[in-house]
Ligand binder design. Structure first.
Ligand code: PLP
Length: 229
């Protein structure tokens, strides 16, 4: 294990935690905002170091890469989150490694996720894009409650809340406000579904100000990825 890498990760993690704590305080919040470490493109050895530093939740966006990391690290007590686009032919196997699937954006994959018979927590990914511009994925906000309904009615799946990616370029504050509105509509029917996964390394402050309960941090903790995903 490289000590230099462990020291770098420790330093960046401290910085990220300080930003999250400062933003939570600035928003006048007394609850805890969870950090999801987005480990995509980074090796299992980095995840092991970060787990040793107290990180418990890791996000991946490619089913195959995630499955092999989860297998290699099966001795660790950590939770894996799927945050990438779900392909039909991978949906069933995702539930074998993912404790949480944050990127459910259409009805057709819901029964497929449940087909692995593994208990899985689900967030509905809501599109925060202007309908006129190139999208970052997600369901139309008008369909989110119906999708939450479908998840709640499906055995093995539990609806936990919503996820969103702010458009870039664009106004993250407006986008996160839209996500919070959808969250409130879902909570009217499912009061326990309070998770709002919003905010990445560049906009975590705006997300926390807008009520995010989880931020998804990749580059802020692991450094800039050498290729874009
Ligand atoms: C890659 C990714 C992140 C992390 O992005 P950073 O800018 O590296 O923090 C968060 N959410 C999703 C959906 C991602 O694909």
């Amino acid at each position: 294990m490289s000590t230099a890498r462990a020291e770098a990760l420790s330093r960046m993690l401290r910085g990220a935690r300080a930003r999250v704590n400062a933003a939570t305080k600035a928003a006048g919040r007394s609850d805890t905002v969870q950090i999801l470490v987005v480990s995509k493109t980074y090796p299992a050895s980095d995840v092991r170091i970060l787990a040793g530093l107290g990180c418990t939740d890791f996000g991946e966006n490619k089913a195959q890469e995630a499955a092999s990391k989860a297998e290699e690290l099966s001795d660790l007590d950590i939770r894996w989150h799927m945050i990438g686009q779900i392909q039909r032919n991978k949906a069933k196997s995702i539930s074998t490694w993912a404790n949480v699937v944050e990127s459910v954006d259409r009805a057709s994959i819901i029964p497929l996720l449940a087909a692995g018979n593994s208990p899985t927590e689900v967030l509905i990914q809501v599109s925060l894009d202007d309908p006129t511009i190139q999208g970052r994925g997600g369901a139309d906000p008008a369909q989110a409650v119906e999708l939450a309904h479908m998840v709640a009615e499906t055995e093995h799946l539990t609806i936990m809340g919503v996820m969103g990616v702010a458009p870039y370029p664009g106004d993250p504050v407006r986008a996160f406000a839209r996500l919070r509105d959808v969250s409130q509509r879902i909570q009217e029917e499912y009061p326990h579904a309070r998770m709002i996964s919003a905010g990445m390394s560049q906009d975590l402050e705006q997300a926390i100000a807008s009520g995010a309960t989880q931020v998804r941090l990749g580059s802020a903790i692991l450094g800039n990825r050498t290729y874009v995903q």
